[in-house]
Design a protein around this ligand. Structure first.
Ligand SMILES: [Zn+2]
Length: 422
């Protein structure tokens, strides 16, 4: 296997809890997932010696990755080991690019993945996103936040639909920004955002079923000491469970494919054609869920989605890959609360064997959050390697304010605070 192919098989995100990986990665993961921790708690939970934890925490505080908490010292403890530390959310920024067919989202987060600023950059459909322009947009956003140092970049997209090679894009972003880059498939990155922000510490194997403009599945394997979020499998051309003869043709030339019939964009076009919504926009579908015609279509699709989730779960239920729970993510599953019961009922009805617990993922996982989560991956996997000044950083980043002024100003339009759709 060539080195390039080997890199392609790397999980989207690997979280190290103890026994393996760099000590800084173990310390960062413990502090990140617990929000605040003392040095002796970290030593007990990771299995690292108190001396190693002390040295590692000191280096990470100096690097701006952690800071000593202003919260009260843990009662009963004396000296430094009792002083608690938390993730430093002031000194660094993670950059996220989410590439869509018509526009890209550019976002900045702190080292916990909390989004600090975001905007969109439009580009014509079917034209390759201008990564230089996106980098200038990131520099513009950085310029508005006082003296934060960028540490890494995440680039997320539906690579197959965009017709892009994620590794070419990552290499170009690395060249343009001078920063470590993680490219991730949009489905795996959405699952990673759900996992990191919402579902900490659920041991076992979770099957994430994603539905929005496209459909797919991805798995997380949580072995306590190590969690891997794998690359995703597409369900785009999976057969729709209730196909109709009059449905639109798929891009593959066949009829009956899941995305062509049940994707968000397909639903918006269908409802617009029926004059149930005023514009063929995905946002209009969810905003009009109170309309009986729209709700009936959403409920019909909800049954199909529940059925697909049951089939996906049956496919993944092999003896060596027991699925402990199913998590439904993406707008098609999470955006309309009125149809959640229909999804669950169909999931239970169509499961061939005993249905494993099913839950809905985080409905607020926006494109900005998902992109920044991918950008956090290099930080989580090896925090000291991305810190400014680390030997592996190979010099300065290229996102200074002076560079922002060198080219045509990037158009950064702030997004509405809360987004119902794409
Ligand atoms: Zn198809």
């Amino acid at each position: 296997m060539t080195r390039a192919n080997d890199r392609r098989l790397r999980p989207t995100l690997t979280v190290m809890r103890h026994a393996t990986g760099a000590s800084a990665a173990q310390v960062f993961e413990h502090v990140r997932s617990h929000r605040i921790a003392s040095r002796d708690d970290i030593a007990v939970r990771t299995g690292l010696s108190i001396a190693t934890v002390g040295r590692t925490v000191t280096a990470m505080v100096e690097a701006g990755l952690l800071r000593e908490s202003e919260a009260a010292v843990r009662p009963g403890a004396t000296g430094r080991p009792g002083v608690r530390v938390e993730v430093d959310t002031e000194r660094h920024a993670v950059i996220g690019f989410h590439l869509g067919a018509e526009r890209a989202t550019v976002a900045l987060s702190d080292l916990t993945g909390a989004v600090l600023a975001h905007g969109t950059v439009g580009h014509p459909v079917a034209r390759r996103p201008d990564l230089e322009q996106l980098s200038r947009a990131a520099a513009t956003l950085l310029g508005r936040l006082s003296s934060r140092e960028p540490v890494s970049v995440g680039v997320v997209g539906d690579w197959v639909s965009l017709g892009l090679d994620s590794f070419d894009v990552a290499a170009e972003v690395r060249e343009v920004t001078g920063l470590p880059v993680r490219a991730a498939d949009h489905i795996a990155a959405t699952a990673a955002a759900d996992f990191l922000h919402r579902a900490n510490g659920a041991v076992g194997t979770a099957l994430y079923v994603y539905g929005a403009d496209s459909f797919g599945i991805t798995t997380t394997v949580d072995r306590t000491e190590r969690v891997e979020l794998h690359r995703s499998l597409s369900l785009e051309h999976f057969p729709h469970p209730f196909p109709s003869d009059s449905g639109p043709l798929c891009s593959c030339g066949r009829s009956g494919c899941l995305t062509a019939l049940a994707g968000d964009e397909a639903l918006a076009r269908h409802l617009f054609h029926r004059r149930a919504i005023e514009a063929p926009r995905v946002a209009s579908v969810y905003e009009s869920a109170g309309d009986p015609v729209v709700l009936a279509e959403l409920r019909h699709r909800a049954r199909a989605l529940g059925h697909v989730a049951a089939l996906a779960r049956d496919i993944m239920m092999t003896p060596d890959a027991i699925t402990d729970r199913v998590v439904l993510i993406g707008r098609a599953f999470t955006a309309c609360a009125e149809v959640r019961d229909d999804i669950i009922a169909a999931y239970r009805e169509f499961s061939a064997t005993v249905a494993v617990p099913v839950e809905f993922g985080w409905a607020d996982a926006s494109d900005a959050i998902v992109a920044c989560t991918a950008g956090l991956a290099p930080v989580i996997e090896d925090p000291m390697a991305v810190a400014p000044g680390a030997p592996s950083r190979r010099g300065e980043h290229r996102l200074s304010a002076s560079r922002t002024n060198a080219g045509p100003a990037a158009v950064v339009r702030p997004l509405a605070a809360r987004r119902a759709s794409a």
